[in-house]
Structure formats: C-alpha cells, structure tokens
Write a protein that binds this ligand. Sequence first.
Ligand SMILES: [Zn+2]
Length: 130
Amino acid sequence: MRAVRSKNTSPEVLVRKALHRRGLRFRLHRKDLPCTPDITLPRLKLVIFVHGCFWHQHLGCKRATVPVTNREFWQKKFRSNLARDEVARNTLEANGWHVATVWECETKSIEKIDRALDQILMKLKSSDAL
Ligand SMILES: [Zn+2]
C-alpha cells in the first residue's frame, strides 16, 4: 500500500512528457537498480530522480521549510531522506550511471522543465567528452 507517496506524482509525469517530446527513450522505476530511480535513460546511462523540494530539502528553495511543530522529528526525517539520496547517487555512480535530479519547483512550467533538461543533457555531454 502506498497511500502517501504515489509513484506517478505529477512533477514526474511532466518530466516524462518533456523527455518524450525530445524523442528520448526511458524506463520507469527500474527495480534492478539501486533505489529504483524514477526515470532511467539506458542509452545515455542516465538516471533522473524527480524530487519533491520539501521531502528532499532542496537547498535554497522556499519550499524546503522545516515545520515548526515536531521540529526534531522532521529534521531527523529529512536527514534520513538526504542520506538515502546520497547512498543512491553514490551507488549508481559507482555502477557507471550519471545521476541527475529535477526538482519539483523546476516542473512548474514546460519552459522550466526544458531548461532543467537542457542543463542535465549539457552536463552529460561535457562529462562524456572527458
Ligand atoms: Zn525547489
């Protein structure tokens, strides 16, 4: 049962649509990879996580607030989320994957998503050129 965190959150669907428009082929929620990345682009050896700014505490983002009540609980919760993110990134990178994150706040318009994807793909190109 997953009541709270639905797999098909709308930011993720928007990113998928944007990839689709670019003709990029991807797979979803691959269970054979560490932490079941949201989106995997096998040809580019790229995984994309679509992260909620609140749950993953997007640095410098206004959505990344810590609730005033139960502060300690939330801080602990966020710390464990971030630790898990880092393990996922390290494990995937150790297996030869590029790891990128699209933040929820970057999915508020098609233009923003495209900008985020442009950045990811540009970075990918420059790292492959090394
Ligand atoms: Zn954000």
